[in-house]
Write a protein that binds this ligand. Structure first.
Ligand code: GDP
Length: 210
């Protein structure tokens, strides 16, 4: 069949998308019956906004959660019948998070990443203004260890000058190349202007089909 993947992806994300469930622990995960794509990033990186932009909805993912408070994995079914599932991972790197909360986060994420066969790819969101931080590098190493392939996605690209965005993109690309499971393709996005969003939809669909 001759198909136009960007168009298929556009239609898929314009169609039915539903919140399935929140899983505060591994025993609450949905049955692993469809391919999953996970979204990770520091608190306030723009993850909820990106999920909303990807899915053309305003309130699919809640924005401005109290940073560091949400410790659940949130699952969203995309397509009817379901084609793939988006997994919103709890934000990390909140400076004031208590130590045991950070520990709990690490266990939850590590167990999820290592045990989830249907997890096809992860997206690691990084604020364009700040570039990679040590907490991001830490998550990238966790993904490497779990052998989960991931894209780095720069967020809030509208907030900085194009020349600065390009420089951050290049620096991030060069550093990511040192991480075994980091995909060579990165994205620069803005949930505000929609930059990079259509490309990301196509990649999500493509990864789900692997
Ligand atoms: P989360 O904590 O990672 O889910 O981050 P949110 O999606 O709640 O975004 C944090 C803040 O950044 C909010 O005030 C958003 O309005 C803002 N924000 C998110 N994405 C963008 C973007 O692409 N451009 C701009 N200008 N602001 C953004």
């Amino acid at each position: 069949m001759d198909e136009n993947l960007p168009e298929v992806a556009r239609k898929l994300f314009a169609g039915p998308i539903e919140f399935l469930k929140s899983a505060p622990g591994l025993q609450f995960l949905p049955d692993p019956t469809v391919p999953e794509i996970a979204f990770a990033g520091r608190s306030n990186v723009g993850k909820s906004s990106l999920l909303n932009a990807l899915t053309n909805r305003h309130k699919l993912a809640r924005t401005s959660n109290t940073p560091g408070r949400t410790q659940e994995l949130n699952f969203f079914n995309v397509g009817q019948p379901i084609v793939l599932r988006l997994v919103d991972m709890p934000g990390y790197g909140f400076a004031e998070a208590p130590k045991d909360m950070v520990k709990r986060w690490r266990f939850l994420i590590n167990d999820f990443l290592r045990g989830r066969q249907v997890l096809k790819r992860a997206l690691v969101l990084v604020d364009s203004r700040h570039g990679l931080k040590d907490v991001d590098r830490d998550v990238m190493s966790m993904l490497d260890a779990a052998a989960v392939s991931y894209h780095i996605v720069l967020t809030k690209g509208d907030k900085i000058k194009p020349s600065k965005l390009e420089a951050t993109f290049e620096a991030t690309r060069l550093e990511a190349a040192k991480y075994p499971a980091a995909h060579p393709i990165l994205f620069a996005t803005s949930s505000e202007t929609g930059a990079g969003i259509a490309e990301l939809r196509t990649t999500v669909l493509e990864a789900a089909r692997l």
